[in-house]
Ligand binder design. Structure first.
Ligand code: TRP
Length: 332
């Protein structure tokens, strides 16, 4: 290993990704890949805490993997893999489960939320979800984890579990920290800009799916909810315009101020079209690369197989150490 720090992150394959995922995660990950040892995982095992259609799960998993690559993450320089291909994740999760408390797990906001809205399927995987996530992170001597605000609590519990284990057995796990990048704006729903842009929005006009086509992107932006004024400025109470300004500034790398100046005196219609066009321009290379990868599925397979091999090698080392410390007899 070199002396770069290790970064680990993952996305669940339970649905398609949105513009928010791209601007908030993928695009930033691609920028980290030369300065860190990056390990990016498609966490298919986490996805089954919610019932999945098998064919759809297979398709989503591949789709996300291809989107990692289409966003510019290089599979040779980094490790890109699928969680279920590396059995050490499930194995370490069992062990760490015996070092995690019911009390701390029941305090997880995400568990409370998810168990609140899927009454018919409050399975134990939903409850132990953070333990599997802790295993993901701890297997790879991870220094930094780029995560959004909603995952901070899971990273906290990962640190607690690791510290608890270390205090019994010595320095087994590296204690990971959150990676705080340049704070990207939170991308809000286009139909209700007081809510975060979400793929589970029942109104499809609320979100831009990363694989929407150009016409759809344009149509959704033209319908974006704004306000009854006619001023393109960033100001409290102008949630719709603020969101469009944030999006425009994120995809063009211009500041909000520059954008305000550029559109001074212009109408909302013109502005919405400009935002749509800028987003299309930003996504075009991703779409092109995605299409190319879809036509070259052998290469994609090669990348995730090679990724799983690299990841297994690292993960097995950690798992072996853990087993030895606990008192399990080595099989070989
Ligand atoms: N729980 C994360 C999410 O829903 C996904 C995830 C699983 C993850 N394991 C991880 C993120 C490890 C970072 C590191 O967004």
């Amino acid at each position: 290993m070199n002396d770069k720090q290790n970064i680990f992150s993952g996305i669940q394959s339970s649905g398609f990704l949105t513009l928010g995922n791209y601007l908030g995660a993928l695009r930033n990950w691609a920028k980290l890949q030369h300065d860190y040892n990056c390990i990016f995982c498609v966490v298919d095992m986490h996805s089954i805490t919610v019932r999945q259609n098998p064919a759809a799960l297979r398709q989503r998993t591949l789709e996300i993997l291809k989107l990692y690559m289409a966003s510019g993450i290089d599979g040779d320089e980094n490790t890109i893999f699928i969680q279920s291909h590396v059995s050490a994740h499930a194995e370490l999760a069992w062990v760490l489960g015996c070092y995690s408390y019911m009390g701390e797990l029941s305090r997880m906001t995400q568990f409370k939320e998810k168990s609140g809205n899927q009454h018919e399927n409050i399975n134990s995987g939903l409850f132990t979800y953070p333990i599997l996530m802790a295993s993901d992170i701890l297997l790879y001597n991870t220094d930094l984890v780029p995560v959004g605000g909603d995952q901070k609590q899971h990273l906290e519990i990962t640190r607690d579990i690791a510290q608890r284990f270390n205090s019994i057995y010595g320095n087994v796990f590296k204690i990971p920290a959150p990676y705080i990048g340049k704070v990207g704006a939170r991308i809000m729903s286009l139909s209700d800009p007081t809510k975060k842009m979400s793929k589970s929005d029942e109104n499809v006009n609320g979100y831009i799916a990363l694989l929407d086509d150009a016409d759809t992107v344009m149509r959704k932006f033209k319908r974006a909810v704004t306000d009854s004024e006619n001023e393109i400025v960033f100001r409290e109470g102008k949630d719709g315009i603020n969101n469009l300004l944030n999006i425009y500034s994120a995809v063009t790398d211009e500041t909000i101020k520059q954008t305000e100046q550029k559109f001074e005196g212009k109408g909302y219609g013109e502005f919405k079209t400009a935002v749509g066009e800028a987003v299309v321009e930003c996504l075009r290379p991703v779409w092109a690369k995605y299409r190319e990868l879809s036509e070259n599925i052998d290469y994609v397979e090669e990348v995730y197989k090679q990724g799983a091999e690299k990841a297994s090698h690292l993960a097995e080392r950690t798992l072996k150490k853990v087993y030895k410390k606990i008192g399990f007899i080595p099989a070989r």
